[in-house]
Design a protein around this ligand. Structure first.
Ligand code: COA
Length: 149
């Protein structure tokens, strides 16, 4: 899997693959702003067009996965796992002792991916996601200890 660390210049490519992975995707400007923020780093999987994207932030000894998405045609081929594994490695190197993320309780693929990597349920945020006419969905907070891995 070809993984490339991103810079703000990669924001359009990040937004392009994100739009394939999510209904309410973030645009290039949002990715550019985030990439310029302190402690934020990203990766693209594959090139022209990219197949997957991840964006994370390390702050105060914790890594947060801001978003991770894989284009539908490239799913279940290890792309998401490769992105997460590389990002977790970078977080460890940056001194993070734990990683955490939020995921919709009904997002079976993502919950399975995170559980496979060792993340465990750490909490529940009721009504965290706004799904418009479908109402609100709860988020699981999942956490991975990086200090003993
Ligand atoms: C979640 C997502 C990133 C997974 O990416 P992926 O490249 O398909 O995942 P991988 O092929 O690397 O799979 C890794 C593990 O996840 C689990 N998994 C992935 N897709 C799954 C599915 N549809 N059903 C069950 N388990 C799944 C498996 O345990 C798999 O490990 P294994 O094959 O070694 O058993 C992808 O489905 C996606 O982009 N979904 C839409 C966006 C999204 O929901 N992002 C997460 C928001 S929190």
């Amino acid at each position: 899997m070809n993984l490339v660390w991103t810079t703000p210049a990669d924001a359009p490519a990040m937004a392009e693959v994100h739009a394939q992975a999510f209904p309410g995707a973030w645009d290039a400007e949002a990715f550019c702003d985030l990439m310029e923020a302190a402690g934020v780093f990203g990766l693209l999987a594959g090139t022209a067009p990219a197949q997957g994207v991840i964006l994370c932030r390390v702050a105060a000894g914790e890594m947060e996965v801001l978003t991770v998405g894989v284009a539908p045609a490239a799913r279940q081929q290890g792309v998401g796992k490769a992105l997460m594994t590389a990002a977790l490695g970078a977080a460890r190197q940056a001194g993070a002792e734990a990683a955490f993320l939020e995921v919709a309780v009904d997002n079976a693929a993502a919950v399975a991916l995170y559980a496979r990597l060792g993340f465990r349920r750490a909490g529940l945020r009721r009504g965290y996601y706004d799904r418009g006419e479908e109402g609100r969905a709860d988020a699981l907070v999942m956490r991975l200890d990086l200090s003993d891995a």
